[in-house]
Design a protein around this ligand. Structure first.
Ligand SMILES: NC(=O)c1ccc[n+]([C@@H]2O[C@H](COP(=O)([O-])OP(=O)(O)OC[C@H]3O[C@@H](n4cnc5c(N)ncnc54)[C@H](OP(=O)(O)O)[C@@H]3O)[C@@H](O)[C@H]2O)c1
Length: 327
């Protein structure tokens, strides 16, 4: 097992370039048929196979993902785990309201610490921007929590480039988490260059495009109406067929490395200088164990470029619209 490390922003948080997304660990409000024991087992599988960063959030299972992650981590050295969580969802009115108020974010951090059974978070992200709080004020609250030793790195998620700039007015933002994958490359045009220039790390979510980039689907697949993939644009024609054509170009590279398509796709992200940590999710421990082997895959420059070019149709076009987006 290799011991590759990346640094989060300008902090002293060092971690593996491969993390684990845990929205299916206790995320019963997001996925059907989850079992707590599978969630705990898959987190332990990640930590046992060289993955350090765990990405959770209050809203995954409304407390439950954080609680299960906390239980799974209890058997491991806390300093070997990079713990990232998120908050901003306020249910005090009975329905979900996004709230970035400094006092509310402070309460969220304290509540996350309790659920995760730890006295510090390696990364805390504002999960979504609200409409009313000045972004630098919200981040200022997190800076005070950093000074108190409760968090080590400050993150924002689902912020536009302008919102990231506003949030980073005092230079306190260390890491941004947003959707990006070989099928969703819009951020290459603007957000990612800004982050690189300001030494802010980027953590892409949905890196496997909900399984489509693992190579396990074919043209004949259908999803029942209650499966979220039946609604996702990636799984609709003509985009779905274009995605399968691109994935097919990865398969010979995977075969040459005696690896899976998912491992090679994850290796591509890890070799992409614009990306800090890639956080694939999983439903079962075997998927995590398999994905962790991506840490041992090194692509040649030619292989890296072949994959890059296979997914060029999914880059942002000069007209401002991704060529592969459905009309
Ligand atoms: N900040 C945010 O707003 C935000 C939003 C979304 C997600 N996230 C984070 O990003 C993480 C990743 O997103 P995601 O988990 O939704 O999507 P993803 O990483 O693109 O896809 C993960 C899914 O792919 C399938 N899969 C994974 N490994 C596989 C393997 N080796 N072989 C076959 N199938 C495999 C599993 O689903 P099946 O077994 O069902 O196919 C798994 O649940 C989340 O867990 C969460 O931590 C953050």
């Amino acid at each position: 097992m290799t011991n590759r490390q990346v640094t989060i922003g300008k902090t002293d948080v060092h971690t593996t370039p491969l993390g684990l997304g845990t929205n299916a660990v206790g995320g019963y409000n997001l996925f059907p048929n989850l079992r707590d024991e599978d969630g705990i087992a898959l987190v332990k599988a990640g930590l046992n196979h060289g993955i350090q960063l765990l990405d959770t959030a209050f809203v995954y299972g409304l407390d439950h993902s954080e609680e299960l992650v906390g239980q799974a981590m209890a058997d491991f050295d806390r300093h070997q785990v990079t713990l990232a969580t998120k908050g901003a969802q306020d249910f005090s009115s009975g329905e979900q309201v996004i709230n970035n108020d400094p006092d509310f974010l402070t309460q969220q951090v304290d509540a996350s610490l309790k659920r995760l059974n730890t006295d510090y978070l390696d990364i805390f992200y504002i999960h979504f921007p609200d409409k009313q709080t000045p972004k630098a004020e919200a981040v200022g609250a997190l800076q005070r929590l950093r000074e108190q030793g409760k968090i080590r790195a400050i993150g924002v998620s689902n912020f536009s480039l302008d919102q990231v700039k506003e949030a980073n007015a005092d230079g306190y933002v260390d890491v941004v988490e947003d959707e990006y994958s070989l099928l969703h490359r819009d951020h290459e045009a603007d957000l990612l260059p800004y982050l690189k220039d300001h030494q802010i790390s980027f953590v892409p979510y949905f890196p496997l495009a909900s399984g489509l980039l693992t190579g396990k689907y074919d043209r004949d697949v259908t999803f029942p109406d209650d499966d979220i993939r039946s609604q996702m644009s990636d799984f609709q024609a003509p985009r779905y067929g274009q995605a399968l054509d691109a994935v097919a170009k990865v398969r010979p590279i995977a075969d040459a490395h005696d690896a899976t398509v998912a491992q090679v796709v994850l290796a591509w992200y890890m070799q992409n200088p614009l990306i800090s940590v890639v956080i694939p999710g999983a439903k079962r421990a075997e998927q995590v164990t398999a994905n962790a082997k991506a840490l041992d895959v090194t692509l040649s420059t030619e292989e890296y470029n072949t994959i890059d070019q296979a997914f060029t149709p999914f880059k942002h076009s000069a007209s401002g619209k991704s060529l592969a987006d459905p009309d």
